[in-house]
Design a binder for this molecule. Structure first.
Ligand code: AMP
Length: 401
């Protein structure tokens, strides 16, 4: 079965074509700068040279046409005809309150997604454009949506309601939704498999630490709490986002500097976090480099990240009455032994102890158990693979159609 996975951004369209029988990626790439004059297309196939071209890509439909031409091209292609595509899996950022799992996207679902773009103005319209383009160009192919929020739809009310007047939840659906759900679900399931325990019998804390970061508590196979909230802005300090702050800080700065809501949004989303504190970069590698040169603000930013993660792990251990494992994933979680080591330091109270040699060696591909021999809680490094999870969900759904 061949599944095309599509991730539509406001000005980009990423794709990955899977052959699910072999669990292999046939091709992947990105159409960039859609709707911005000259755009570009990059198309990659394993073991073959990459293809790159500059072209005007007026809209998501044009991007999809370009990628369909590429994957069926005589020289650059990986399939003979688009009829070989059995289904399309779409990465959709927000499924609102109603969508609780991956699902076929028909007319009703599209209308629902359109109705919730107000709470998802950045990614909502882009996701819809991607689905619409696929429905036009691949009219007989099932379209499946896999939602960043849906894994967290199992959170109890007391985990997702904000302590605001309840009417704002009723009027505007302001609540914690959580994001990165596909990644948390994938690595938590992998972790359970590594431990040889059914997912439904595990308690796992997954730390997705990348440019955007979140931590999730999964109890007996379900997300029961997560650090991102109404938007991906909540929770941990991130590359350029604040994470959780005293909300009054924002209104104070807005008044003091006479800022509009858009300007304030920009500050907390694009100019804050590791970048805002360090003044160096949003990239953890550059901040770590500066820290070793004695840059105090770089050290401060790193200490804040480490403390944020420790606090959340501690709170989820309290919420779940312990856990079987902690998992590190995404750019920082998978690649930075230094950050993993600092997070796990002085956590032996919880039974968290890592083997430093295994920790350093773990920065490769594949799941690695870095637990020290006397650690009673497992610690894993597990590379995330959201695209594979999307393809797998899509396959499972279309097989039942
Ligand atoms: P992601 O959003 O998951 O792609 O993660 C991107 C982030 O991972 C980058 O901004 C880097 O800060 C971080 N990263 C990647 N490699 C390393 C590394 N070797 N050490 C520390 N951070 C890393």
């Amino acid at each position: 079965m061949k599944i095309l996975v599509i991730n539509s951004g406001s000005s980009s369209l990423k794709y990955r074509l899977f052959n699910m029988e072999m669990e292999e990626v046939l091709a992947k790439g990105i159409c960039d700068r859609i709707g911005f004059g000259m755009g570009s297309v990059t198309h990659k196939r394993p073991g073959k040279p990459d293809y790159h071209a500059e072209m005007i890509i007026p809209d998501h439909g044009a991007a999809l046409s370009a990628l369909l031409l590429l994957i069926t091209d005589e020289e650059l292609g990986v399939i003979n005809d688009i009829s070989e595509i059995d289904a399309v899996g779409h990465r959709i950022a927000h499924g609102g309150e109603k969508i609780k799992g991956s699902a076929v996207i028909g007319e009703d679902e599209l209308l629902y997604l359109d109705s919730i773009t107000g709470i998802n103005p950045l990614h909502g319209p882009a996701g819809i454009k991607g689905i619409e383009a696929c429905r036009t160009l691949l009219p007989n192919v099932p379209q499946v949506g896999v939602f960043d929020t849906s894994y967290h739809s199992t959170m109890p009310e007391h985990a997702y309601i904000y302590p605001l007047p309840y009417e704002y939840y009723e009027k505007y659906k302001i609540r914690r939704y959580g994001f990165h759900g596909t990644s948390h679900r994938f690595v938590a399931m992998q972790c359970a498999a590594e431990m040889g325990v059914p997912f439904e019998q595990t308690k796992i804390i997954t730390c997705h630490l990348g440019n955007g970061s979140s931590i999730t508590a999964s109890k007996y196979g379900e997300s029961i709490d997560t650090s991102m909230g109404f938007t991906p802005q909540d929770g941990l300090i991130m590359g350029t986002r604040t994470g959780s702050i005293d909300p009054t800080v924002l209104t104070y700065i807005m008044k003091a500097e006479n800022l509009s809501a858009e300007e304030a949004d920009d500050i907390i989303n694009r100019n804050s976090g590791l970048l805002g504190v360090s003044g160096v970069s949003n990239d953890c590698r550059e901040i770590l480099d500066e820290e070793t040169k004695g840059n105090k603000r770089a050290a401060l930013a790193m200490n804040m990240l480490v403390m944020n993660v420790k606090k959340l792990i501690g709170s989820y251990l309290a919420e779940m009455n312990g856990a079987d494992a902690v998992v590190f994933t995404a750019g920082i979680g998978e690649n930075s032994p230094v950050i993993r080591s600092r997070i796990c330091r002085d956590m032996d109270f919880f039974g968290i102890k890592i083997d430093e040699e295994k920790n350093i060696a773990a920065s490769t591909r594949g799941a690695v158990d870095i637990t020290a021999p006397d650690g009673t809680m497992k610690v894993f490094v597990i590379p995330t693979d959201e695209e594979y999870m999307i393809a797998k969900d899509t396959m499972d759904i279309v097989k039942k159609l």
